[in-house]
Design a binder for this molecule. Structure first.
Ligand code: FSO
Ligand code: SF4
Length: 554
């Protein structure tokens, strides 16, 4: 196997024998085969569209989302689920071929696209064997182009995850599906078809597409559940039966709250679900009691101690040890062998486990620190006049966006230290699970004209980067300048592919001088990094004090 799609990749180069995430060589081969199949399917779709074949695009569009989502880091580790995906993909290809008849077949032949003897319907063992043939080509002279194609693929995976959340809430946009399909088709073309320049352009376009994906998801979330509002979230559990919900899918949280209403079972958020507490249509449930635990990498200790079932709606799932695996349920693209997977919207099996498990007892002695959330764009922009005034009068001197993913590496302490060292007259916007490094610390408030502006504004999940961007654009507008000219610095911690798509979005918007860490992506070839440094001033994080000086100077 070879995989280097996430930040924790072994030695910063690539996982080979087994993934550091727990992914086996077998699952890795199946994921490689699924990606290959998605490219194949979308090449067929591309030519079918050009030849007016009766479209079944909705099905392949949805399949693109679930297939890509399943290959994200820490999402799906289940060989049988990948076998099912591959069978589903094959059926879609066959449907196109059937509808397209001889005409489509001959076009596909002319373009060297396979129309028979697929490798997708073999037994699992055979599929794994075939999948091994499709691992990333590491040939030295092809590296810059191969790696940049991977960068784009990871950007597409991130955006696909956001589109899938929006789809589940009934929000879809065919033009965004079209981009994804065409991009997958393009990535099926050999390395020789691309120049590095054209691929960089393609990467930035993908960043633009991801901005629209996040915008659609923002609309889906806020039109379904209202705009996030400032909310104090308790992290102290209360006595009683309980369920923990992790991941990014607000719809699952809502369904669970509805189905447990009046049952005396309390619901807690974990990891990226924390912002769920700030949506009016979710926080109205009195049995949503707050947040339990921290970021994804702490789940093994935290889930073991949680006295109830756990619902993993999306990434990041860490392979669960036996001591609690019976209590973990998966949803959507998430999968792990022998964990219960909930299809459809009936959570009764999980609720049954909640009733059987011990629940919290004697929690009165605990008094854990609350977290303040809910500074999505609507809420923050409602405070815009005050904030702008505070900037004009010198009460706020600088803004930081310190956000992104968390992870286990000690180098990630950088982001915690940076937040702690930022001067008292500055404001930190934060988002995604990286904020757990500092969201329980008291970094104070800025007192201005009788108001107390919190120094840390939690904008939400990683997809709420959309909100953060809108806040930055509104500030730039208010000061009649552009985002790069604002007293605003970006320090982004990345881990998996959603962060890659967000980074491409920031680059597409022309945002410069982003500090990126804890390490630079292994799939960015040095020659490409050179270009990114020249064009965008991207830099790896270094010494906190030195970096902070630079940020404040900018
Ligand atoms: Fe964290 Fe995991 Fe949201 Fe990521 S839970 S690391 S970027 O999947 O998605 O921030
Ligand atoms: Fe390694 Fe990350 Fe790939 Fe897992 S997802 S195999 S940790 S690079």
């Amino acid at each position: 196997m070879f995989c280097f799609q996430c930040e924790q990749t072994i030695n910063g180069k690539g996982c080979t024998a087994k993934g550091k995430c727990g992914k086996t060589a077998e699952v890795s081969a199946l994921q490689d085969l699924l990606i290959e199949q998605l490219k194949h399917l979308n090449s067929v779709v591309h030519h079918a569209k050009e030849n007016d074949v009766k479209p079944v695009t909705t099905y392949s569009d949805h399949f693109n989302l679930e297939g890509l989502f399943a290959t994200l880091t820490n999402v799906n580790f289940d060989e049988k689920r990948f076998q099912k995906y591959l069978h589903k993909g094959e059926k879609l290809i066959e449907t196109y071929l059937k509808n397209g008849g001889e005409k489509l077949k001959s076009v596909l032949h002319e373009n060297g696209i396979q129309t028979a003897d697929f490798s997708y319907s073999k037994p699992l063992k055979e599929l794994i064997k075939t999948g091994k043939e499709f691992q990333i080509d590491l040939t030295e002279e092809k590296r810059p182009v191969t790696f940049t194609k991977e960068l784009i693929m990871y950007g597409l995976k991130g955006g696909a995850a956001y589109l899938d959340h929006a789809r589940l809430l009934g929000y879809e946009d065919t033009s965004l599906y079209h981009y994804l399909s065409e991009a997958l088709q393009k990535l099926s073309l050999p390395v020789s078809e691309f120049s590095l320049e054209s691929l960089l352009e393609f990467a930035l376009q993908t960043g633009n597409w991801n901005l629209s994906c996040m915008e659609l998801l923002n609309r889906a979330n806020t039109e379904s559940y209202g705009h996030p509002e400032i909310t104090t979230v308790s992290t102290t559990p209360v006595d009683g039966k309980c369920i923990l919900v992790s991941g990014h899918d607000l719809r699952d949280l809502k369904l669970l709250l509805e189905q447990t209403d009046g049952m005396g079972i309390n619901v807690y958020t974990h990891g990226e679900m924390l912002p769920g507490n700030s949506y009016p249509e979710l926080k109205k449930y009195s049995h949503l009691k707050g947040n339990y635990g921290g970021a994804w990498q702490d789940q093994v200790t935290e889930f073991a101690k949680f006295p109830g079932p756990i619902l993993m709606t999306t990434n990041c799932l860490v392979p669960p040890p036996k001591k609690y695996s019976k209590r973990v349920f998966t949803r959507s693209s998430v999968g792990y062998e022998n964990l219960k997977h909930i299809e459809g919207d009936d959570f009764s099996e999980l609720i049954k486990v909640a009733k059987k498990e011990k629940g919290f007892k004697n929690t009165k002695k605990l008094a854990l620190k609350d977290i303040i959330v809910g500074f999505g764009m609507n809420q923050t922009l409602a405070l815009a006049d005050l904030i702008i005034d505070a900037v004009k009068e010198g009460a706020i001197k600088h803004f930081f966006l310190i956000g992104g993913c968390d992870g286990a590496e000690k180098e990630r302490n950088y982001f915690e230290k940076l937040a702690e060292k930022t001067p008292k007259d500055t404001v930190i916007l934060t988002l995604a699970c990286g904020k757990y490094r500092f969201n329980k610390k008291d970094l104070g408030v800025i007192e201005f004209k009788g108001n107390k502006i919190p120094r840390v504004l939690d904008v939400g999940q990683c997809n709420d980067a959309y909100s953060a961007i809108q806040i930055a654009l509104a500030l730039a507008n208010a000061f009649d300048t552009d985002v790069n000219s604002l007293p605003l610095s970006f320090a982004i911690s990345w881990f998996e592919q959603k962060a890659v798509s967000i980074l491409l979005t920031l680059l597409h918007l022309g945002i410069k001088n982003i500090f990126l860490g804890p390490a630079l992506p292994a799939f960015i070839d040095p020659s490409v990094l050179d270009v990114l440094v020249k064009l965008f001033g991207i830099r790896p994080i270094g010494d906190v004090d030195e970096d902070l000086k630079l940020m404040l100077k900018n």
